[in-house]
Each structure stands twice: as structure tokens, then as C-alpha cells.
Write a new protein. Structure first.
Length: 339
């Protein structure tokens, strides 16, 4: 645990990072709460009502990106908004669309995998006194992997899946309880998956944010929004003192000190480089080429997220239409569905 004095120093020296770490921690705790509530919801039906009923938390649908991608395809092509996992579609659409203006803020502020990966890198730095740089030739080989994974899912769902098949998938019993299947997957994790997680953990100790930098297709699709070039970090070469602090603190290992404008889709708008820069107005976030306050992107991103979720709830695009009776029929037989 960090002492109160540590947080006080961080707030004075790097206020955005202190707030970001707090937001990450709160989001992790919230997701643990969601997971507990969803487990209680599942156990009610699994025990035929012996365990007390708990309302299903819609936020659990945020962990169903494949279902959400299919739902997004149906929504954009037919105008039909998914009523099975509406919260999943809302969250997926917002986070993917947010990349256009907020870059990959989701990855550095909300994503639980990104948070754990970053914290693991911080642990590695404490253990080994530094984070290691991946050899450049290996990084060049690994970097395309997340885009290849993204291409696989996009081709399979967006291009190859007919619209009638997409609609059938959304209404299939398998999709209706895909969240329950996901829960059981994590409760009974083992074999190859457990080994993979251990390998990712070890690699993240040495190479900060290994999963996010090289393998995450979710981050890859969000990062595509940066091709519009609306939001960028710009370096003033005239006032730069070449201290390279910006490069050293970047969790994505972007060579910020060597370029005038950070255009790469890997930038997560964590603002670490901006706060690390010791010379005023040398490194700035810009929106449509206009310099903005360093708080603009994180505050706007979090505010937009809250407004979108509130709007979805008010307009009836948040809670599933699956009834209690249907869950009562589907959940006890979850292991036989899809086999």
C-alpha cells in the first residue's frame, strides 16, 4: 500500500497520473463487484432458487466483444439495436468510437487488462530496477500480430457473416448466455489458458504492457480512430532540451523525444510524457491542431462515457430483454448449449 504522503507528492508533481491510477483502481474494484454480483445471479439459477436472486449487472456485457461486434454489424446494416446484450453494444461502440477523439484512453484509464499489465510492469521495474526494451527486430515482428488478430475477427464477422446469420447468432441460446459461459471459463481456468496467462505475466514483468503493445485486438481497433489525426501530441523542437524523459516514461515505448508529432495508434493518451516534460509548453496535447489543457482528454473521455451510459439507461438501451423465466430455462443447461 502507498502512503498518504506518496499520493500527496504525486498529486503535486504528476496530478493526472495520480488521478489515473485512482480511476484504474476504482474501475478494477467496480468490475470485481460486478463479477461477484453476476456470480450470485448465476448461482440463483444453478441452485434452482436455493441461493437468493440478485439482479444481473448489465456491465458484465462489456466482456463480450465478439457478440458486440456482431451486434454492431447488425445495427449499422439494418438499424436493429441488439436487445439481448444492449449494454455490450453501447460499451463496445463507445470505446471503439472514442478512439477518434480520445485516442486509446480506454486502454490507459479503464481497461482492466491494461491496468493489470501496467501494474505488472511497475512491479517488474521494482524487482529488476528497470523495464527492459524489446530488441527492435523482435518488436517489428510482434507488432503486426494484434492487427492480424483484429483482421481475423473483422473478416469473419463483418465481411464473411451474412446479415441473416448475424441476426440468428444474436438470438441463439449460446449468445444469450455467453456471459455465463464466460464466467464459467474464468472459474474453471486451466490448461493452455492458464499457461498463456502465466507467460503474459512473466513477459509483462520484463517488457511493460507486453499484451497491450503486441497482442490486444481490442486496443488495435480502438487505435484505428487515430488515422483521422484529430488528436495528437506535439513536441516543440525549439524548446526541447533532449532530456528524453518523455520517451522513458511512455508505457508503449514510443520514441516521443525523436519525433515532432505522436501519430502512432499505440498512443493511449495516458499523458505521462506530457507531465514528465520539464519545459513548459514543449510537449502538448492538441485537438484539431489546437493546444488544449492536459486535463482535456481524460476529463472529456470520462464525461462522455458517463453521459453515454446514462443516455442508454434513460432510453432503454441498457438492460436485456431476456426474462427471468428464460434464464431459468437456459442457465441450468449452460454446459450443453453450444456442444
Amino acid at each position: 500500500m502507498k502512503s498518504r504522503s506518496w499520493y500527496t507528492r504525486q498529486m503535486k508533481r504528476k496530478p493526472i497520473q495520480a488521478v489515473r491510477f485512482a480511476v484504474q483502481a476504482v474501475f478494477i474494484l467496480f468490475l470485481l463487484y460486478v463479477g461477484l454480483r453476476f456470480y450470485q445471479f448465476y448461482m440463483h439459477f444453478q441452485t434452482s432458487g436455493a441461493e437468493p436472486f440478485v439482479n444481473r449487472p448489465p456491465a458484465v456485457e462489456g466482456f463480450l466483444p465478439i457478440s458486440a461486434l456482431v451486434a454492431l454489424k447488425v445495427w449499422l446494416t439494418s438499424g436493429e439495436f441488439d436487445k439481448i446484450h444492449p449494454a455490450g453494444l453501447v460499451l463496445f461502440s463507445f470505446f471503439v468510437g472514442s478512439g477518434i477523439l480520445f485516442r486509446k484512453s480506454f486502454c490507459s484509464w479503464f481497461c482492466p487488462v491494461g491496468t493489470i499489465s501496467e501494474w505488472t510492469g511497475m512491479l517488474g521495474k521494482k524487482l529488476f530496477k528497470k523495464n527492459f526494451d524489446m530488441p527492435r527486430w523482435i518488436a517489428w515482428i510482434l507488432t503486426p500480430l494484434k492487427y492480424l488478430l483484429l483482421f481475423f475477427f473483422v473478416k469473419m464477422i463483418v465481411f464473411d457473416m451474412p446479415i441473416f446469420a448475424a441476426k440468428d447468432f444474436l438470438n441463439d441460446p449460446y449468445n444469450k448466455i455467453s456471459d455465463v459461459k464466460m464466467l464459467l471459463f474464468f472459474l474453471n481456468i486451466g490448461g493452455f489458458t492458464l499457461k498463456f496467462i502465466i507467460v503474459m505475466f512473466v513477459l509483462s514483468l520484463f517488457f511493460k504492457n507486453f499484451w497491450c503493445r503486441f497482442l490486444c485486438p481490442y486496443g488495435a481497433i480502438i487505435g484505428l480512430g487515430t488515422i483521422f489525426g484529430i488528436t495528437k501530441i506535439k513536441r516543440n523542437e525549439d524548446t526541447c532540451i533532449d532530456c528524453e524523459l518523455c520517451t522513458r516514461v511512455c508505457p508503449q515505448r514510443i520514441k516521443v523525444s525523436k519525433i515532432d508529432v505522436v501519430r502512432t495508434p499505440d498512443c493511449t493518451a495516458c499523458m505521462q510524457c506530457v507531465e514528465a516534460c520539464p519545459v513548459k509548453d514543449t510537449l502538448n496535447m492538441t485537438v484539431v491542431n489546437k493546444r488544449v489543457n492536459k486535463w482535456f482528454i481524460p476529463v472529456a473521455f470520462i464525461s462522455a462515457f458517463i453521459l453515454i451510459v446514462a443516455f442508454a439507461k434513460l432510453t432503454g438501451h441498457w438492460n436485456t430483454i431476456i426474462s427471468y423465466e428464460e434464464f431459468k430455462q437456459l442457465i441450468p443447461g449452460v454446459n450443453s448449449i453450444g456442444h
